[in-house]
Design a binder for this molecule. Structure first.
Ligand code: SF4
Length: 358
């Protein structure tokens, strides 16, 4: 049975059969600190008979969220230390994050911005703050790409999204607009002709990074929503977080990557989980992640391979962290490991003869 509204507190989750009554008190304690929301699409996907359901694990509050470890941080990827004006994160020279809104259709229990999102979070930019953020982009000609994130920018109405896109359209040096969102998966009914047209109204090359963590999330409705976006010329990229108990085995990850490619979503980043407070139960050792991505190579198409990435804690940017398959074994001579684990030598390049073709 599909619900007709988003569930926003543990009592709602108990009533919908998504949380045992015996766990409501602990979930209430979690909900005081971190926002809760489960959309009808996600509630319908959860197997109520499976206590380890990977969809439930992503959205239903868990008492372990109240345990923080010493290495966890409120701002794990250092957004605030790279924010020159409210709503902008300028970490890399040629691109900025524009965070116009800090609410989401669902609240993920592992969220890296969990201290900023939700009804009690950083809120939506005021008109003046949005003016200053857009003014910052206009005043920095090195900004080639604007990434709308948050929160989830697709919770905005088509009208407000269009207004923002039309302002970006007037900034010539911005050539790419990218949106990071879970909406096509967790609330696919929001994707309609009006929202698609609003996304396209910047007139720039439009990219949309779809966050999905399990193949079951790519329901027929989610696939149809993605098809609307692709058919309109919006390039879809996949973003996934490697999560203990959700997708930390090769079969599950391979199925997700294939489901993305079937949906015309090109897997882009597989994120190692960030050091967000109360998320230790989701984290896997990096060596385990490296073994998992190595096992994907050769097993599934090159189209299905994501880049395994770590956001270095403290705001130092992203680093690819897959195990290196190549090693220099003699000057200029390399040993390369294939997907079966066998090593092969690759010879040095010939000495330059100084020949000229002119
Ligand atoms: S949709 Fe993204 S920003 Fe929102 S709670 Fe989930 S991970 Fe965090």
């Amino acid at each position: 049975m599909k619900l007709d509204r988003t569930l926003r507190n543990p009592a709602d989750l108990v009533a919908a059969g998504l949380l045992p009554e015996a766990r409501q008190a602990e979930a209430d304690a979690v909900a005081v600190r971190y926002a809760v929301a489960v959309t009808p699409a996600m509630a319908a996907l959860i197997d109520r008979g499976d206590p380890a359901d990977p969809i439930a694990r992503q959205f239903v509050p868990d008492a372990r969220e109240l345990q923080t470890t010493p290495e966890e941080r409120d701002d794990p990827i250092g957004d605030l230390s790279h924010s020159p004006v409210e709503g902008i994160v300028h970490r890399y020279p040629d691109r900025v994050l524009l965070k116009a809104v800090h609410v989401c259709p669902v609240y993920c229990r592992f969220c890296f911005r969990r201290e900023m999102v939700g009804p009690e979070g950083l809120g939506t930019l005021s008109p003046d703050a949005l003016d200053r953020a857009i003014g910052y982009i206009a005043a920095h000609p090195e900004i080639w790409e604007v990434i709308l994130t948050g929160g989830d920018p697709l919770v905005l109405s088509a009208r407000r999204l269009r207004e923002m896109m039309e302002r970006l359209a007037t900034i010539d040096h911005v050539r790419i607009v990218r949106i990071h969102t879970r909406v096509p998966v967790v609330a696919p009914e929001r994707i309609d002709a009006g929202l698609v047209a609003a996304i396209r109204s910047s007139g720039k090359a439009s990219y949309l990074a779809v966050h999905a963590n399990h193949a079951r999330e790519l329901t027929p409705e989610a696939r149809a929503a993605c098809a609307q976006l692709s058919d309109a010329g919006i390039v879809l990229l996949g973003q996934t977080v490697l999560l203990r108990g959700v997708n930390d085995d090769v079969e599950t990850m391979a199925a997700l990557m294939r489901a993305m490619v079937e949906t015309r979503i090109k897997p882009y980043y597989l994120h190692h989980p960030d050091l967000a407070p109360g998320t230790a139960h989701f984290r896997v050792p990096i060596a385990e992640g490296q073994a998992l991505v190595a096992a994907l190579r050769g097993r599934i198409s090159g189209l299905c391979q994501p880049t395994y990435i770590l956001d270095i804690p403290g705001g130092h940017g992203k680093a690819p962290i897959a195990a290196n398959p190549i090693e220099e074994v003699a000057p200029g001579c390399h040993a390369v490991t294939d997907f079966r684990g066998q090593r092969h030598l690759y010879p040095p390049a010939p000495e330059s003869s100084g020949d000229s073709t002119s």
